[in-house]
Write a protein that binds this ligand. Structure first.
Ligand code: ADP
Length: 228
């Protein structure tokens, strides 16, 4: 199996028709390998969310191919896309979207239980992830009892719960102060290295982006390497 976990080839994604058409991606190419974190830095409206949605099989490009761990997706039906997404992709949002009635541990167990794991195995995996992200002692607290940085680390643990091969994150530290952003970013980086996952992270924070293995931007519909 190739270690390229995410591959976009000649991807076109546009919105609308005719005069009002917005061409976001035009012949975009990108490869992200196992254990690699790629940061996307681009102005608002450049297409970062579109790139993440297309990479996460949440939006279908009009043309081109998105390969997920070696599987081409352009010919899959909705069911096939959903299954592949569930089995291989973890998503982290700017806001944590944790379930308020459940503890941190339960929030991380949830996707595993839905995937058919036993409660015992799900508990062990959840605790292991929370420990590795430095928030093990907070496992039994509900989201409202956690700081913003802790909440976001729980969201990262939840995204990683089912061993995704690809982690996509849309401004995961966008809502945090600079010090906390650094802690959360480092936790995310460690996780990606430990799990040997591929990660694509949109961020406005240049200092954090520089800690990624590679930085890309979106320009004229193409994905280009960026040196900050
Ligand atoms: P970013 O995440 O970099 O801010 P987006 O990917 O959200 O950028 O958007 C890229 C461009 O595509 C913007 O001009 C936006 O207005 C447009 N766009 C995004 N989604 C839609 C949609 N569903 N319908 C029409 N235009 C859209």
């Amino acid at each position: 199996m190739s270690d390229v976990h995410l591959k976009l080839s000649q991807v076109h994604r546009h919105y609308g028709e005719g005069d009002t058409m917005v061409r976001v991606l035009e012949a975009a190419d990108l490869e992200v390998r196992a254990g690699e974190m790629v940061a996307i830095v681009a102005p608002s409206g450049a297409g970062k969310s579109t790139l993440l949605h297309v990479s996460g099989l949440l939006e279908k490009p009009q043309a081109g191919e998105v390969e997920i761990v070696g599987t081409p997706t352009s010919k899959l039906n909705e069911r096939g896309r959903t299954l592949l997404r569930r089995n291989t992709i973890g998503y982290v949002y700017q806001f944590h979207h944790l379930l308020p009635e459940f503890s941190a541990l339960e929030n991380v167990m949830m996707p595993q239980l839905i995937a058919g794991q036993s409660p015992k195995a799900a508990t062990e995996r959840a605790q292991e992830l929370l420990d590795s992200l430095g928030i093990g002692p907070r496992a039994l607290h509900r989201p409202a009892e956690l700081s913003g940085g802790e909440q976001q680390r729980v969201a990262i643990a939840r995204a990683a719960a089912n061993h995704p091969r690809i982690i996509l994150a849309d401004e995961p530290t966008g809502n945090l102060d600079p010090t906390t952003s650094g802690v959360v970013f480092d936790a995310l980086m460690n996780l990606i290295l430990n799990e040997n996952a591929a990660a694509l992270i949109a961020t406005h924070n240049h200092e954090l982006a520089k800690r990624a293995h590679r930085i890309v931007t979106i320009r004229n519909g193409l994905i280009e390497t960026l040196v900050l």
